[in-house]
Structures are given as C-alpha cells and as structure tokens.
Design a protein around this ligand. Sequence first.
Ligand code: VG1
Ligand code: CO
Length: 547
Amino acid sequence: MQIDHRHSTAFDDQKPGTSGLRKKVRVFQRPHYLENFVSAIFAAIGRPGTGVQGMRLVVGGDGRFHNDQAVQTIVKMAVAAGIAELIVGRDGILSTPAASCVIRKYGTDGGIVLSASHNPAGPDADFGIKFNVPNGGPAPEAVTERIYAQTRRVDGYAIAAIDDIDISRAGTQTLGSTAIRVIDPVDDYLELMRSLFDFDAIRALFANGFRLRFDALSAVTGPYALRILEGELGAPAGTVVNGTPLPDFGGHHPDPNPVHAHELFELMFGPDAPDMGAASDGDGDRNIVLGRACYVTPSDSLAVLAANARLAPGYSDGLSGVARSMPTSAAVDRVAEALGIECHETPTGWKFFGSLLDAGRATICGEESAGTGSNHVREKDGLWAVLLWLNIVAARKESIADILRAHWRRYGRNYYSRHDYEAIDSDVADRVIDALRADLARLPGRQVDGLRVSEALEFSYVDPVDGSRSDGQGLIVRFDDGARVVLRRSGTGTEGATLRLYIERYEPADGRHDLDPQAALAELIDAAEAITGIRRLSGRDTPDVIT
Ligand code: VG1
Ligand code: CO
C-alpha cells in the first residue's frame, strides 16, 4: 500500500479549549489542518521509536457536517501510522458517552471524538475534535498541553493513499497492518445502561401510561434514545422527536436550555404537557429534565440524582463521593453533607472529574451546563441522566415537580442562574476580566447594592489525587449570606469571546422556594453588574442567553 508523506507547516491556532479543539468547519477544511492535529495527537500519545504503531484506538463523532470526511482522514492516517486496530462507530457515529464506554470496554489506548458538542453544525458552523485517554475520559491538561506542543512542531504527516472505506456496515476490514472494526454505535452503550437501571420498573412505568417527550434536537442521541426508550423500554412511538441525526442538526442549536430547546419548554409549560420532558445536546453528553410546568435546573438535577441514586440498582450501595464544577450551584454539597460523603469542587470541564472517578473518590459528578454523569464512563452522559430520573420516578411513584419540591423542603433551595454574553470582542472580554481581577483585593468588606462582599478570589484547583494544579479558573465574589457571583470566559466558543456570569443564593429549607429565579436573584444581578461592569464595558443591555 502506498503511504504519502505530506509536508505541512504547523498551525498556530490549535490550542484546545474547555473540551478539545473547536473551530469553524471552514477552518477544519483548510488543507492539512485536521491532519496536523491528528498527527500531533499521534505524536503526543505514541511511544518513543514506534509512535502509535500497534496501538488500538476508537473513533466516532456526533454526525455533524464534516464528520464523515474527518473519519475517513483519520482512518487513512491510522493505517499509515500502523495502528493495530481502529474501532469505528457505524457511519462514523458515536455519542461522546458511548465513545467513552467503548474505549473502556475494549481497553483501547484511547479514542478520537469528533464533535463541537452544543455548538451549531453545518458548512458555516462549527466542528471539533478531542482526544480521550484510555480511562475513556477527556485528556487531562498534561496531555492536551503535550498535543498542543506537538501541533507547533509538526512539519508533515503520513497518510495512506487509499479510497474512502465503507463504514456503513458492522464488520472488520484489514488495510495494511490495521484492522478497521466497524461497530454498532448503540449496542455496547445499551448493555451498560441495562446493567445500571431497573429496566423492568421503567418498562412498567411506561406501560402504565407515563408520558415522556425526548427531544434529540436532530443530533446524535436520536438513535440511542429511539432504541433504548421506544425499543427496550416500550415508550410509545413518538416519544423521541427529532430523532434522526442530520449534518446541520436540522438547523437546531443543539444546546439543551430554555432558549434553544424552547419547543420542549413550550410543551412542558403548556396544557398538553406529558409527565416528563428531556433533551440532549449535539454529542449526547448533556441533558435537561423537565416535569409538568417545572424545569429542573442542572445544578438541582445533580443534587436530586445524588440524593436518590440508591434507588437504581447500579448505585444501590450508595455513593463514594460527589463532584461539581466550581460555577455549579452548591445544591449537591448539602446532599453530600447529609450523606456524609466527600464533595469536590473542580474547574469547568469534565476532564477534571477523571482522576476523582478513577480513584473512587466520586461516583456522581455534574456541571451547571446541563452535564451529569457517573463512574460508569468518564464523560457526562445525557441519556444516563434521563434513565436515572426515570428509574427514580418509577421507584418513588411521584411526579418530577413533587420530587423537586420535596428536595427543597429538605435541603433548601439554591436559586441559580447563568447569564451568557456571546460573541463579545475579545479585547473587551479581556478588559472585563482584567478589571475584576485587579479589583479582587479591594472588594472584601465593601458594600455593593446593600450586600457586603465577604471574599473575592480567582479560582485555582489542585487535584487531590495527582496533585496537578490549574490556575485562572474563574473569578469568585462571595457575599455575607453565602451568595456568590462568578465570572469566567468560555473556552468552547468559536466567535469572539463569551463571558459567563453565574449568580447564586441560598434559601433555607423553611424559606420560600416558589420564586422565579431571576426575581429571587434580582438584587444580586444588580450587584454583579456593579462589580463586573459587563454591560457597561461591552455595551450590551442584556445577556444573550439566560439559563
Ligand atoms: C462549556 C460549559 C462546561 C462544559 C463545556 C463542554 O464550557 O460551561 O461546563 O464542560 O462547555 O461541554 P465553556 O468553557 O464554554 O463554559 V460540551 O457538552 O462539550 O460537551
Ligand atoms: Co456536549
């Protein structure tokens, strides 16, 4: 077989963000761009002398525009590099959690996941690539730094001069010394879900008339949700909507939040609301859950799942610990306290949960951005969360709204909201962040809109398992009553900068829990503007997205 050695110069913009490298499709279509990054991954994970020769990898993605071409490129580079086995999801499809599941189950040396997650898809939208390590999780910072260093050094790459291969059917084909094994993208994941949840109880729930609407937003979870919810669990046909993954996600912005999943919100707050509503994102790792006229914020969902996990067979022995990203509300902390288990606060991004999960120091983890997951894989997992909710509802025989209200009555409620300012000029975003950073030392003790600042700091994290340190992970301003405001810059955007402002205050168990979060947080939102000046400095009147 002929192997071409192509010369290329390094790209200087291949620094991975919160979860991998995300850019416009047009950037990925530039000659050698994707190849350069894949070559850097191979160089970063390869062994001295032999590189990735003889290694085994997984590849798959969320099916968005450019997914198929990128898979073919990676196949050809894997063949040229002498990879022993490449496991490929049929049609190039693997949701992020399924990829994690497959990497772990088959003990590969890692995997390449093609996705820009919740970012829109299509020729004018976004594409992304990330490397997951052998534990199935996103590469930790040490590995992403190594990959980045390689992207600066690459001066060429090897690629097999072969035609595109057929990946539309399961089975193994051998090219050179590489076995290309095409697998069903759902099988292994389904088997794992079956081992965790009481499928009989959930089946009975549906058989008794429980109604669910699952909106796959024309992204990757469609095939998974159809097969598991409608196929295995007997939910009526039509339970899953937008269930076919489309290259442009049907024009949907596959970010499950009140803005982008508004159809689902309208249904759930309307007269014909079913018992439960749920949606996932582009690559299937996020989820939202709603009850009738009731939205469970992701931070609350994490807390409720942690408090009730024992009701599912996979967690009947209880949890070893929980972990949440720093901007996520502290609702789960109160559950951990009641359960007497460890509770960890990590920087944003799932990669930081990996070592805690590996070390058995956390069983369930979550982020405010609609991500929850457990030690069953090393990614957040949208459908897993929906199945755990279904299992809990089946066991408690209560509505989602009742379960949530009972939770607040016991633990109190963390009123919470995130305000996103998108596509801000990068310099303006820097100015906002730098100004607050410069103010941190002066803030404690100051009165802002009637609230007294108790502490102001920049979040740093030292991993309690491996001692690795991550600085500059967001600015936190705390107030006397435990309320807080957090400001950070997004690491997943592809246009200008996105600033995220997170606002939270705690209402004790005997307080009022029925307020609208924006109203309950109104004072704090004013204080946040006074402190950060986002609106003033960016010239924006309101956030682009409020969740
Ligand atoms: C966002 C979220 C973060 C999440 C990340 C990846 O990052 O805030 O919680 O881990 O997206 O999510 P940022 O840097 O834009 O705030 V996704 O579903 O890749 O998979
Ligand atoms: Co995602």
